[in-house]
Write a protein that binds this ligand. Structure first.
Ligand SMILES: C[S@@+](CC[C@H](N)C(=O)[O-])C[C@H]1O[C@@H](n2cnc3c(N)ncnc32)[C@H](O)[C@@H]1O
Length: 209
């Protein structure tokens, strides 16, 4: 997969919006690793929740030109930057300021992708709408992620796939348990140690008979 160009972004803009980092690129690597499977399913609609600069959803859109891509972010500046990144890379795309995926109708997305704010912090730090929202994850670094986990069964198409990046401190086994209680199976797509952080991308899907 191609990495989207970012020459349109002023470095100072990253004071306000999450700058693409190893986790962003691990998510792109995970999608690349799953490319054949994804191509065979020909997804019509892809949502990235919390798109920040927009590099992940744009990379997806570049690899799947006939998939309509959309993203949300709680940080309005991130929505603008995501839209510019997509436009700069000639991807047809839209971005909306929204809490997670709360305002979409049910069962529409073939693919949902999330690189959440995963750093363990006090609850009070979590839940803003500025650059802090990029990383502050509250208890277990999971407060934002756990809210999305409750939305996934409704927002994902019945045969859809959800890609989620986590770190060890988020206790991935608990996430797997929550999703299993919602009827989802999982696979580990990639894992990588970055400095002292063990990053992992899981994918969740239902068995359709
Ligand atoms: C770790 S950054 C990831 C950014 C980008 N997806 C990437 O991989 O480079 C997390 C993103 O989630 C957004 N975010 C945090 N809480 C959110 C919420 N409740 N709803 C939507 N987006 C949220 C942040 O503003 C930030 O852009």
């Amino acid at each position: 997969m191609e990495t989207p160009h970012q020459n349109h972004i002023d470095k100072a803009d990253f004071d306000h919006v999450y700058e693409p980092a190893e986790d962003s690129f691990l998510l792109i690597d995970a999608i690349e690793k799953d490319l054949e499977n994804l191509r065979s399913r020909n997804p019509a609609l892809c949502l990235e929740v919390g798109s920040g600069s927009g590099v992940v959803v744009t990379a997806f859109g570049m690899a799947f030109p006939s998939t309509f891509c959309i993203s949300t972010d709680i940080n309005f500046r991130a929505c603008i930057m995501s839209k510019k990144t997509a436009e700069y890379n000639k991807v047809i795309f839209d971005s909306v300021r929204m809490d997670l995926a709360s305002s979409f109708v049910d069962n529409i997305f073939d693919i949902i992708i999330f690189n959440p704010p995963y750093v363990v912090t006090d609850s009070e730090e979590c839940g803003g709408d500025d650059i802090t929202a990029s990383w502050a994850g509250g208890v277990k670094g999971r407060e934002v992620t756990d809210r999305l986990l409750e939305m996934i069964p409704k927002k994902l198409a019945k045969d859809g796939t959800f890609y989620l990046l986590l770190i060890e401190e988020n206790i991935p086994d608990e996430v797997i348990n929550i999703m299993s209680n919602h009827g989802f199976r999982y696979k580990t797509v990639v894992r990588r140690k970055v400095r002292n952080e063990q990053q992992i991308v899981l994918k969740f899907y239902r068995l359709i008979y």
